[in-house]
Write a protein of this length. Structure first.
Length: 474
């Protein structure tokens, strides 16, 4: 049982990518069983032996996973195929081999501090910035002032948007989404930051805040979301005033380009009629997919209207405020505004025909990842032209509800790792890349591909875009 079998194929040279499996996983006992197990390999494409690692095509990876699933099959799991909820090693769905304690990030294994002692003179490391962050919809208010357009959150919360740019409400009272957690809550006034930003910034400075990350409201700057429809110059001036006020008080401004408030003008919806998914007759927001692919949606990626418009919007912000702002975040918490935006999970838009939570969060997420990469590409081009300096940094803000294994059993470790990969790595793996012997691999976690009923695939061109535009900051 301590031996290992290296499965090779005639005429293939694969020393760097030998396909190894513990003999116990092959069910090896008497010699006849070994022969039977090896016989199964003849049904796997020879190219699979060479592709383990970064070189696999999607088809080859699936063949490999299916092969592994057959070898690891137990009476309880033998009926489960790949991809599927039980695809993987027994007790470890999503993993070809169960992870161990050494595979899980520290400080797992009981190394957490048991007490925290403060003593006078303690300080943060040099360069540490003590700051805070906000979202435009959650603080600005003034939802219908100075030419602002409608966001999907105005629609979701039931704000009276009649007559506003991008509105889908024809008569007040406007409907409130059934997925809205607190009916009647809106961003109409919020903290009234739009009118009271000078007071708020003065309070930040008095508290010793060193940096402030705030989001620009896309529908305030581009009311319909479509740049060619017009730019709101009052909004441009407002954010200049905010930035100048922060700098005057010694608070470093950090801009988030997008914190959930998609202009409603980029996503068609109707309370009284149906809209077809994957149909270019309609504006589909982050859910845009190629015509006729609704049964297996193919995200539109670089050709999506929302991606093109976000790129134009990002370019506008960088040109307008780049001389004053050094740090730039493209998106805030993409997991939240995609995963929780379908299936009644409580975030906007949660509307048909993009309600199936097994499919549409991943279509949206794919388009968001490409939009991020396109914005970073613009950022890099501006650095090359000298419009931004090498000191300027670009990033994306991701979020993770941290999970720890309940015990040190392989199944519990796998469950925790699976949860981390399905939230944080969903975005971080394609965007930052996973380091391999041959460089960075920009793709979705294999655990998601193995177990979820639907996952999109990156095209070769999209992978090249991601590879060429890694962020500066995590």
């Amino acid at each position: 049982n301590s031996a290992r079998v290296v499965v090779a194929f005639p005429g293939r040279h694969c020393p760097a990518h030998s396909f190894e499996m513990p003999t116990s996983s092959l069910g090896i006992r008497p010699i006849p069983v070994l022969i039977a197990a090896l016989a199964v390999t003849t049904f796997v494409s020879p190219s699979v032996a060479d592709c383990v690692g970064d070189g696999c095509s999607e088809v080859e990876e699936l063949q490999l996973l299916q092969f592994t699933s057959r070898q690891d099959a137990t009476p309880e799991s033998s009926s489960q195929g790949c991809p599927g909820p039980s695809c993987g090693a027994p007790g470890c769905p999503g993993f070809i081999k169960c992870p161990t304690e050494d595979d899980f990030p520290m400080p797992f294994k009981g190394s957490y501090p048991t007490s925290y002692t403060y003593r006078e003179g303690m300080h943060f490391p040099k360069g540490f910035k003590w700051g805070l962050g906000t979202a435009s919809y959650q603080i600005e208010g003034a939802y219908n002032e100075d030419g602002r357009g409608v966001s999907i959150w105005d629609t979701f919360s039931g704000a009276n948007t009649v007559g506003m740019p991008g509105s889908v409400c024809e008569q007040a009272p406007c409907p409130v989404s059934s997925a809205m957690g607190i009916k009647g809550a809106t961003g109409n006034v919020a903290n009234d930051f739009y009118h009271k930003y000078k007071q708020d910034i003065a309070m930040m400075a008095s508290m010793g805040v060193q940096s402030y990350r705030f989001s620009v409201a896309w529908p305030r700057v581009v009311p319909t979301g479509v740049t060619s429809d017009g730019i709101n110059q009052k909004a441009i001036a407002f954010y200049h005033d905010v930035i100048d006020e922060l700098i005057a008080h010694g608070v470093e401004p950090i801009i988030t380009m997008y914190h959930w408030d998609l202009p409603q003008g980029l996503q068609d919806m109707s309370w009284n009629s149906s809209i077809a998914a994957c149909d270019s007759k309609y504006k589909q927001g982050w859910y845009e997919c190629a015509d006729g692919t609704v049964d297996n949606p193919q995200p539109s990626g670089m050709s999506a209207l929302v991606v093109k418009e976000f790129t134009s919007y990002a370019t506008l912000l960088l040109k307008e405020y780049g001389s004053k702002v050094k740090y730039w975040a493209t998106f805030n918490e993409a997991w939240t505004f995609t995963f929780l935006a379908s299936g009644g999970r409580g975030k906007a838009p949660n509307v048909q025909p993009w309600y199936d939570a097994d499919v549409w969060p991943y279509v949206a997420g794919h388009n968001v990842i490409i939009a991020h990469a396109m914005a970073v590409s613009v950022f890099r081009q501006m650095q090359e032209k000298g419009e931004l300096t090498k000191e300027h940094k670009v990033l994306i803000t991701n979020n993770q509800d941290w999970r720890e294994p309940l015990t040190t059993s392989p199944s519990d470790i796998a469950a925790a790792e699976y949860a981390l990969e399905g939230q944080l790595a969903w975005y971080c793996d394609p965007i930052y890349g996973v380091k391999t012997q041959s460089g960075y691999k920009h793709d979705y976690p294999k655990s998601m591909k193995m177990t979820l009923p639907y996952m999109p695939n990156f095209t070769k061109q999209e992978k090249q875009l991601l590879k060429a535009n890694r962020p500066d900051v995590f």
